[in-house]
Design a protein around this ligand. Sequence first.
Ligand SMILES: *[C@@H]1O[C@H](CO)[C@@H](O)[C@H](O)[C@H]1NC(C)=O
Length: 479
Amino acid sequence: MPRHSHAYSNGHASYGPGPSNTFSISPHRFQPRTQPALRWRRQIIIKICLMAGISAVILLLIFPSFRLILLPSIGMSSFLSDDSHIPTIRHYDLSNVQGSARGWEKEERILMCVPLRDAEPHLPMFFSHMRNFTYPHHLIDLAFLVSDSKDNTLPLLVDYLEKLQADPDPHQHFGEISVIEKDFGQKVQQDVENRHGFAAQASRRKTMAQARNWLLSATLRPYHSWVYWRDADVETAPPTILEDLMRHNKDIIVPNVWRPLPDWLGGEQPYDLNSWQESETALALADTLDEDAVIVEGYAEYATWRPHLAYLRDPYGDPDVEMDIDGVGGVSILAKAKVFRAGVHFPAFSFEKHAETEGFGKMAKRMKFSVVGLPHYTIWHLYEPSADDLKHMERMEEERLAKEAAEKEEAEKKKKMQESWSSPRDQWEQDKKAIDAALKEKEEKLGGGEEGPHVHVGDDEAAAPKVGLKAGGGGNSDA
Ligand SMILES: *[C@@H]1O[C@H](CO)[C@@H](O)[C@H](O)[C@H]1NC(C)=O
């Protein structure tokens, strides 16, 4: 076989260049072996080897997965690794999982990582998003990290996952699912005020970074080409988001993230301020801070004057427009798995004065990976009113109720006024009627008409005695 002859010639070559020509006789020593019987046996062996080789190649072409089973069994394990005759050893070629623009056509697998903390109220919406994903579900492996949750996130999650994987429509079924539980002793309360308060930011971000690293390192497998980070509290996003982001074929890419607001707050607002381009001001600021400091965006305490992806949104802009960024926000990140394999992670310490996803972006940039944001491709984060908003809303509600009460009072007053105002008029009208009636009666009497009206008038209480006085008694039957 070629390999052998190759080895033989190699062997020869190593001895060949010697000064003496002693090896020239060596073939003669083997001369007897080329007898017809031996030659025949060798030919048979060569033929068998050839046939086995050809069928192996054909099998490999038809079933690429046979490679793992087949190669060791025919003693070609050196193509895999030294000891892959051990059945528990798997071979992976990581050059096949680099990630490409149309990954779904090449069956590229995505690991979807979802950190969860007290996320019970968001799970129904989250699973609705998952069901709507157009990327082939069987190519998406799911990884959830449930940490520091005091609500029913975990049981509800498991419940939803069981239902999803038992769906009558097999296209709904996702790939492998991992649910990881780990608490990080996150002490900060999860309410919106604390979560977004300036003082809590650095330690919160470092803890989040650890959580992300734990989740990823526990679940990233050699066959994943992509990693998609997604928060559970995204309210609106296109179901094609995975393909939309993947098409750009960047190492790391994020959409713009806004949130809807109640009308009294302006209707909408940029939400994720962690996707930004580095600025001179921020670099100068970073130089003045001490080593462990973490710059967080969106707070007056650190005025960085960076161009934020969020603020560059044009609702009518081309959603494919790209913008190079340095820091990335974590609501929805699509990254090639090779970025993480190369060692980029979410720093749980100050890396260039940043931590977590912003530090991740910076680290990736530092390693020459492409980091891109799409200013006009927007997804919408759930609006959760802050404590201030809640207070404001409470005040607005009180004002509304007070206004309503005032209006009601006003209306009643008006009604009363009208009533008291209209009473004299009523009375006057009645008086007038009574007078008219009396006059008519007189006229009729004078005119000699002797029919009905007498009886009728007599029957009519209104007409009779009250000429003049009280109105509003029981007698307004003509009203
Ligand atoms: C998923 O798709 C359905 C049907 O189009 C739609 O009603 C639902 O709102 C979508 N879910 C989300 C979370 O967008």
